[in-house]
Design a protein around this ligand. Structure first.
Ligand code: 0RA
Length: 645
């Protein structure tokens, strides 16, 4: 190729690269999902994923994530280092290609296919495009190489800045505040949770996180090291730490089926809930998909076959359904798929057909071996399944009552509900209010056009510890189903939830701002998490935040939601009296409207599930039998047990 032609090609390519970068900045949500808190944190995951790829290729065992004081993020690994030589086709350093070409990723490393890759698998160049500044440092061949960028644009060609005997890559970026609609402020818990999860999913890789914005009591930066030597079986034990295991061992397997790496770990516990978490290329597939259906099929088939053969089902008077095999089961399924097809509302449902039989076969083999080798455990498991089937029969009656009583089937709304006038669910809200008296105040204070009130009496049932039929028989819970217009159970699937007739798109839990109130709030959230998960996933659930104080001086009066604001108000007014609101009942209707219900002024907590596995663990801990971990959690989380994970 002539020099002229080369130059031409290069400039054509660089124009293309620029266009790619501009497209990312114009339509960031297409690449990172959204430009809110979630998207912001995805930037970190995207960069870490590149290091995880390097670890999975067997070249790296340590990854460090640092939240710097200025909320810039550094991710460092001890891999081979991104190549810095001239990339033949592009005519510039490979590092520059990786950092500036959208979709370049690790494509030119033909030996290792790209298996990780963020929710959208978009590559570190997208992070570069959305950063006001980014610096890439490569430790390789005895030298330290560096290149910096601004909004994805190269500031200078790759240069050497020193020598080293280390190997690896470090990326430091500052998210661009022109792009994000939220403050550039990383949540340590959110990042730490994801790093813990990644360490379970990639056993043997040490992933550490350091928060340089905060120090602990000893004056050290907040820091955690995650290293899982047992991978998924350790993950399962971590999730079930506060549950009672039914068998002494976790059943697990790791292998390849039809060229697809499959890992599974599972254990039965004494609870009644099913906790399946599935991953594709380290991404949590909330909506499931072919790998999950493969798991279910393999599990049902193998256990049924074993139970039939063992004669334990001989005198059973009713059928056993797929659900019965999964009651009290905690399991993780993790597969690596070269070209995953993601479907579904949130693009977290695996579509690849071939994965289903791979997982189903893997599970069948693993479980058949286990049952043959552990006949005592096998018997315990089959007996648990039989109990589940019995309970299901008892529950189906109770559930039918929930169904029959819903509005859609003409059963009428609960008497305690003060409904709103408007009928368009998009515009309507329902407040689930602790206690009849606060319910009365809320009813007076609300805007009756679009706000409905459902008072709930006292502590609702702890669904974490109750069998299904008890849940469906509970009056408060029944009134929630009816008021919300949500039904359960179809001919084919007894547990199927139907939220298509949801009568209010905002469901607001409103409890007292005290310990009891926060307990009730947790009970209600547990119910939604276990029995109406879809509403949580669809973002329908909110928690109202009533103020804690009213500060008054003369004619001036203002509300405060925490001690800092309270003190600031006292200072602003130059003294004054402080009224502590202990409960909603202490406010009159106008005050409740002003502070907590009026969409113009209120601040509500939006409940989302960032990390379903962790949410599951927290709920089972908060609501389970073991008191010490619960106390510890509540103490660590100050006044409120914070469960919006
Ligand atoms: C492609 C080829 C090679 C390394 C990498 C990519 C690489 C990328 C990242 C991103 C973060 N950390 C990374 N570490 C390595 C190496 C090719 C070779 O050395 O032969």
């Amino acid at each position: 190729m002539s020099e002229d032609k080369k130059k031409q090609d290069y400039s054509a390519d660089s124009i293309q690269a620029l266009e790619g970068m501009e497209h990312v900045r114009m339509r960031p949500s297409m690449y990172i999902g959204d430009v809110g808190v979630r998207g912001l944190h995805h930037l970190v995951y995207e960069v870490v994923d590149n290091s995880i790829d390097e670890a999975m290729a067997g070249h790296c065992d340590t990854i460090s994530v640092i939240i710097n004081e200025d909320n810039s993020i550094s991710v460092k690994d001890n891999g081979r280092g991104i190549p810095v030589g001239i990339h033949k086709k592009e005519g510039v350093s490979a590092l520059e290609v990786v950092m500036t070409k959208i979709g370049a990723g690790g494509k030119f490393d033909k030996d290792s296919y790209k298996v990780s890759g963020g929710l959208h698998g978009v590559g570190v160049s997208v992070v570069n495009a959305l950063s006001s500044h980014l610096k890439a440092t490569v430790y390789r061949d005895g030298k330290i190489w560096e290149q910096e960028y601004s909004q994805g644009k190269t500031l200078y060609p790759v240069k050497t800045v020193g020598s080293t005997d280390e190997k690896g890559t470090m990326v430091t970026f500052i998210a661009d505040d022109q792009i994000f609609q939220t403050e550039i402020d990383f949540n340590y818990e959110t990042l730490s949770m994801r790093m813990r999860e990644l360490s379970f999913l990639n056993q043997g890789v040490t992933i550490s996180i350091t928060d340089k914005r905060n120090k602990d009591d000893e004056g050290n930066f907040i820091h955690e090291d995650f290293l899982s030597t047992e991978g998924l079986s350790e993950f399962v034990k971590y999730l079930d730490a506060t549950r009672e295991q039914l068998t002494s061992t976790v059943i697990s397997m790791e292998g390849e089926k039809n060229g697809i790496p499959v890992e599974v770990a599972m254990v039965y516990n004494t609870s009644y809930s099913e906790n399946l978490h599935s991953y594709v290329n380290n991404i949590n597939t909330h909506e499931g998909g072919t790998h999950l259906s493969g798991f279910r099929r393999g599990l049902t088939h193998t256990l049924k076959k074993y139970a039939d053969k063992s004669g334990l089902l001989k005198n059973l008077k009713f059928d056993i359904s797929g659900d019965d095999f999964r009651e009290g089961l905690t399991a993780i399924i993790s597969v690596k798929v070269a070209e995953p097809q993601f479907e579904g509302q949130t693009k977290t449902k695996l579509g690849n057909r071939e994965v289903s039989s791979a997982v189903s076969q893997a599970v069948s083999e693993m479980l058949t071996d286990y049952l043959e080798e552990n006949p005592d455990d096998a018997k315990i498991i089959v007996q648990k399944v039989i109990l589940a089937a019995q309970a299901r029969h008892a529950a189906s009656k109770a559930r039918e009552m929930v169904q029959r009583k819903t509005v859609m089937s003409g059963g009428g709304l609960p008497g305690k509900l003060s409904d709103c006038a408007w009928t368009e669910p998009e515009k309507c809200e329902i407040f689930l209010v602790e206690g009849d008296s606060a319910g009365g105040t809320a009813k007076l204070g609300r805007d009756r056009n679009f706000q409905a009130i459902l008072p709930l009496r006292g502590k609702i049932l702890n669904v974490e510890k109750a069998m299904q039929h008890k849940v469906f028989e509970n009056e408060e819970i029944r009134s929630m189903y009816t008021a919300l217009g949500v039904t359960v159970g179809t001919e084919e699937d007894q547990r199927a939830l139907n939220v298509s007739k949801l009568r209010y798109h905002k469901v607001v839990i409103m409890c007292d701002a005290d310990v009891d109130g926060s307990h009730i709030e947790t009970l209600i959230l547990t119910f939604f998490f276990r029995y109406m998960r879809e509403l949580v996933e669809n973002g329908n659930i909110y928690v109202a935040a009533p103020p804690l104080y009213l500060v008054k001086k003369g004619k001036q009066k203002e509300y405060a939601w925490n001690n800092e604001d309270r003190d600031a108000l006292v200072k602003k007014f130059g003294g004054g009296t402080i009224q502590r609101y202990k409960g909603l009942g202490e406010m009159n209707a106008v005050q409740l409207w002003d502070t907590t219900m009026n969409p113009e002024h209120r601040t509500m907590r939006h409940i989302t599930i960032e990390n379903a596995a962790e949410a599951d663990r927290v709920f089972s801990m908060l609501m389970g039998d073991e008191v010490p971990p619960r106390r510890k959690f509540i103490e660590e989380n100050a006044t409120y047990a914070n469960i919006d994970i």
